[in-house]
Ligand binder design. Structure first.
Ligand code: FEC
Length: 306
């Protein structure tokens, strides 16, 4: 019998209660605890979205749904493991468990579409480091999947659906956004910005959009410059340009979580309200079967590659 293929599904991770916010935030900051003010601000944001983020639960549904599709498509069976970047089960825990279970070959996919050395690259370093430490498994790691045609089908449908909520869809502006990163990635030949443009441009082409642009959201609270324009400034600028309806497509994320439920649904909506702008957000992918099928296509394709 063929041995199952290990499937490591990786995601950001989220605190499961407000008590876990401090260790989580400390991990994000690579071991440096946040100041009391920073911690209180983050706790306040979690409280504003109901106390905890739905991310953990959604990640589990996505990972289980993806594994189910792969185990029913007639291809090599998979054994799925979840590995989080900043909470338990950590990526290292998952890799260690794979070794204990005798998994020899595995594929790793991160639940984020675009590659940056500072995002997907750091998940991959952790996988490689731990696989080396435990002597396996042999991994094929997926760098990016933002141009997978079936993923773009769902993304296009989501933007189209949001546009139907606008009074005048032809005059609405679509803003494609992703998590901001420190501007220094621009000196590192990093593909992140180009990839965000590639998938956004393709959706715009498919929908024949008259008005679309790119912005950045959720920048970190550090002293160095981050990629801009920030989505809040962009909203103000677009209002000045005369746009009364704006669709926000957070295409860098695939789940409802803090960066969407707070940064867009609360913070950006507040700015839109002050400006008198109608802001419509596209629905996130979550566990939409069409989205999970798109991920399954990506996994099978990389499996076939030499
Ligand atoms: O719902 C939740 O609880 C978790 C939401 C969440 C997601 C997420 C995704 C990404 N991040 C990325 C980069 C950075 C960089 C820093 C940074 C900081 C935070 C903080 C929180 C947070 N991130 Fe995050 N991120 C999420 C949550 N992120 C909370 C800390 C407080 C704050 O700044 O708001 C800055 C680190 C530093 O201080 O040095 C950089 C990127 C993604 C998208 C790719 C991915 O999902 O991995 C890139 C979801």
């Amino acid at each position: 019998m063929t041995k199952p293929l290990g499937l490591l599904v990786m995601a950001y991770g989220t605190p499961r209660s407000l008590d876990e916010v401090l260790p989580y935030y400390t991990d994000i900051r690579r071991g440096r605890p946040p100041s009391e003010e920073q911690l209180n601000d983050l706790v306040r944001r979690y409280q504003a979205i109901g106390g905890v983020s739905p991310l953990a639960e959604i990640t589990t549904r996505q990972a289980e749904g993806l594994a189910r599709i792969l185990n029913e498509d007639g291809g090599r069976p998979v054994q799925m493991y979840q590995g989080m970047k900043h909470t338990r089960p950590f990526i290292a825990d998952a890799v260690e468990q794979m070794v204990k279970d005798g998994i020899e070959e595995a594929i790793g996919i991160v639940l984020a579409p675009h590659y940056s050395t500072m995002s997907i690259g750091t998940y991959h370093s952790k996988v490689r480091e731990t696989a080396e430490q435990f002597g396996g498994p042999r991994f094929k790691l997926i760098n990016e999947w933002h141009m997978e045609p079936t993923f773009l089908d769902v993304l296009t449908q989501r933007v189209d659906e949001a546009l139907t909520k606008c009074a005048n869809r032809d005059e609405a502006m679509v803003v494609f956004s992703a998590h901001s990163l420190p501007e220094r990635i621009l000196q590192m030949n990093d593909p992140y910005v180009d990839q965000l443009h590639e998938s956004g441009n393709e959706v715009a082409r498919r929908l024949n959009l008259k008005h679309f642009t790119f912005g950045w959201q959720s920048a970190g609270r550090t002293n160095e410059p981050w990629l801009g324009p920030d989505i809040l400034d962009l909203l103000r600028d677009l209002k000045k340009q005369g746009f009364a309806e704006i669709v926000s497509c957070s295409q860098g994320f695939v789940a409802d979580h803090l960066e969407v439920l707070y940064d867009i649904d609360i913070e950006a909506q507040q700015v839109a309200k002050e400006l008198g702008v109608h802001l419509v957000r596209t629905r996130q992918m979550n566990d939409d079967p069409a989205f999970l099928k798109a991920l399954a296509n990506v996994v099978r394709r990389i499996e076939r590659e030499e």
